[in-house]
Design a protein around this ligand. Structure first.
Ligand code: IVH
Length: 673
């Protein structure tokens, strides 16, 4: 007979084991950036723990990783006094200010060549997180520096914040300080989701982070992509080994805290200025916004010697970069038609320099977004540009509006072809219903086909494609391969030489790859990664064309929407005819030896790190494994390749140290071919 008591203790033990395992995986993912298991395996562990806790609610300890969903809404935030005041930083606005700071520090300390810890100044919200006996007890915003708001429930929802510290080296009370931020990629995703759901978009990651953290209903916070990065200590700092700022990150990481990357030790004003310039040149490529860099006298005893003035320490200074936001005027709001017919309002701007780049256009996403922001032609607006993200209007300067300026209205017919504009229920986008009869859609789809990542037809630019289309010489992608030298040479801005170049490029493009060809076709929602997955799974065009929806669903990362789109595209008579003409024109690709093509990477060991845009880790793993490769969680001497995406971590450093070949997503896709 089963003994219910034993059954119970077994469950308790299993739950505790699962918790430790999940914490370990969180740590590897968020702090070490070295996950050992796939997202699916992680989810399975998580679900098992949730089920055990559901069956026996008394098992669900407050520090269980399942307890991050957010508590019920509070009426107001309680006030929390900081155990040690949270100081702010004095600002330097140029290199001269920085030299003056270093001179003051040197004079007070009585020596030159002071060593500084140089760090990024994250543009988010400062928070203090107190751990008591290793358990997260209380988290608070900075507030006025002496007391802030109790945001414990909200901070608990951030996955990268450990609910308990990993090491017993921590003192009984330890206060970790750092910044709550939203990464740029997460911010773009959040705004996309907000716009699609018809909700308000955020002006910048900082505002989004602040708005998300300061939610009385922590369940809303739980749905926002917040990250935390630690940069210092409050109470309990005397326990830190090494007694210097530059040694903090390593210790914090041991305790399980994610830390601000790219910190360095530098010497004197020259070292600071060099760091400021180096980070400045990389600023656009960072995965998150920074508004400057911070220099802190490295030695804790020297920090104590220097002390503080009213609200800022004498031992630290922030050096700012120019803002990534500027003010300009909207000349007009135009509506662009994309390859899939989506109508996107675009603001044409008076050229303005933002973060070192001239901006002339800003996307407005969709109609509801324009109406919500209430942007009108003639308005004075603030424009933000960060990294490679498309510039956005963050707000209208209301006082400067020209009286009587008319509000924006979305056209009811396509501005390019006059077809009626269609709206799908539940979608914020309006689309031109003209399909490939719409010149804009046809031209965009030809340009997509010719693109570098598709058929890579060199020199086939937009001006030329427009001309070819308007003269009726090219109506679809198959027509490209019937062009003759004579016809091309007679076009505007063309001659015999450039005509020959285009023909040569067309000829070269015929030697292609199945995945490139599938991507080039421009099937809605089929990006490069999906095209690669389809090619790897089916191995031949024929099999993709004849696959049923069920068979398509077997491809990693292909869901019902994409499966439906591929199926519909391939069944369309016109599409089949165009594909037939392309193949007849001589487009071909190497056929894998055994049909599907596994084995090409037999026995090779891969490690994945960072985010590959448009490709989940599971999909990358499936593609590699289909070729006989093995995917491992950590870099060693046996690793053949490290695939590094956006925001890679220590694995990339280790790869460089061990001389392992590093691939980006593009190189990975090439290798998979
Ligand atoms: S140290 C006394 N380090 O900047 C030290 N602050 O103006 C005070 N910040 O409220 C903070 N990155 O929100 C420090 N690496 C960094 C930082 C940083 C961003 C923010 C923080 C603070 C503000 C001070």
């Amino acid at each position: 007979m089963r003994n219910p008591r034993h059954e119970g203790t077994r469950t308790v033990r299993r739950a505790e084991r699962l918790r430790r395992e999940i914490e370990e995986h969180n740590y590897r993912y968020y702090v070490l950036d070295d996950p050992a298991i796939s997202d699916a395996e992680y989810d399975a562990l998580f679900r098992e723990l949730q089920e055990l806790e559901r069956a026996q609610p008394e098992l669900a300890a407050a520090d269980s990783p399942t307890q991050r969903v957010g508590a019920a809404p509070a009426a107001a935030f309680a006030e929390v006094a900081h155990p040690m005041p949270m100081l702010s930083l004095e600002n330097a606005f140029d290199e001269e200010d920085l030299r003056a700071f270093d001179r003051r520090v040197s004079e007070r300390l009585g020596h030159e060549n002071v060593t500084y810890a140089a760090e990024l100044k994250l543009d988010g919200l400062a928070v203090s997180i107190v751990y008591r006996q290793g358990q997260l007890e209380r988290a608070a915003t900075r507030g006025d520096g002496s007391s802030g708001e109790d945001v414990t429930a909200n901070i608990r929802t951030i996955r990268s914040v450990p609910l308990r510290l990993r090491s017993h080296q921590a003192p009984a009370i330890l206060e970790v300080r750092g910044e709550v931020i939203i990464r740029r990629a997460d911010f773009a995703g959040l705004n996309r989701t907000q716009a699609e759901a018809g909700r308000k978009t955020f002006a910048n990651p900082r505002n989004a982070a602040a708005g998300s953290l300061r939610q009385l209903d922590a369940r809303i916070t739980a749905g926002r992509p917040l990250s935390f990065l630690a940069y210092g200590l409050g109470a309990g700092s005397e326990a830190a080994p090494g007694r210097s700022q530059s040694q903090l990150p390593a210790w914090l990481r041991k305790l399980g805290m994610p830390v601000t990357p790219l910190a360095e030790r530098v010497s004197g004003a020259d070292g600071c200025i060099d760091y400021y310039r180096r980070i400045g040149s990389r600023r656009a490529q960072l995965p998150f916004d920074i508004d400057g860099v911070v220099f802190k006298v490295d030695s804790f005893s020297e920090q104590e010697q220097l002390g503080s003035v009213t609200r800022a320490p004498r031992w630290a200074i922030a050096t700012k970069y120019p803002p990534e936001e500027a003010r300009t005027r909207v000349v007009a709001i135009e509506v662009q038609v994309g390859r899939t017919g989506a109508l996107t309002p675009v603001a044409r701007l008076e050229p303005v320099l933002v973060g070192g780049v001239t901006v002339t256009n800003a996307t407005l996403h969709n109609e509801s977004e324009v109406l919500r922001k209430d942007v009108r032609a003639g308005d004075t607006v603030n424009v933000r540009r960060a990294g490679d993200v498309i510039p956005e209007i963050t707000g209208v300067v209301g006082e400067l509006r020209v009286p009587g300026a008319p509000a924006f209205v979305m056209p009811v017919t396509c501005p390019e072809c006059g077809s009626p504009v269609e709206r799908t229920a539940g979608e914020a986008v309006a689309r031109c219903g003209g399909g490939l009869h719409c010149p804009a859609q046809a031209i965009q789809s030809i340009l997509h086909f010719a693109g570098r990542r598709a058929m890579d037809i060199d020199k086939l630019g937009d001006k030329l494609v427009e001309q070819l289309f308007e003269r009726g010489l090219v109506r679809n992608v198959a027509d490209l391969y019937s062009l003759g030298a004579g016809t091309l040479a007679e076009l505007d801005r063309m001659g015999p030489k450039s005509a020959q170049n285009i023909l040569a490029a067309l000829e070269r493009s015929k030697q292609s790859r199945l995945e490139r060809f599938l991507f080039a076709l421009g099937i809605r929602d089929v990006g490069e990664a999906t095209a690669a997955a389809l090619a790897a799974h089916f191995g031949s065009l024929d099999r993709v064309q004849n696959a049923t929806v069920e068979q398509l669903l077997e491809v990693p990362d292909v869901g019902p929407v994409v499966a439906g789109r591929v199926h519909e595209f391939m069944r369309d008579r016109r599409n089949r005819e165009i594909i037939g003409r392309l193949i007849a024109a001589g487009i071909r690709w190497p056929v894998p030896a055994n049909g599907v093509g596994p084995g090409a990477l037999d026995g090779k060991i891969f490690v994945l790190t960072g985010t590959l845009s448009g490709m989940s880790r599971d999909a990358a793993r499936a593609l590699l494994e289909a070729r006989g490769a093995r995917v491992s969680g950590s870099v060693s001497g046996r690793t053949d390749y490290v695939v590094a995406g956006l925001n890679p971590g220590t694995k990339l450093e280790r790869a460089h140290a061990l001389g392992v070949t590093v691939l980006d997503k593009q190189k990975l896709l090439e290798l998979l071919r």
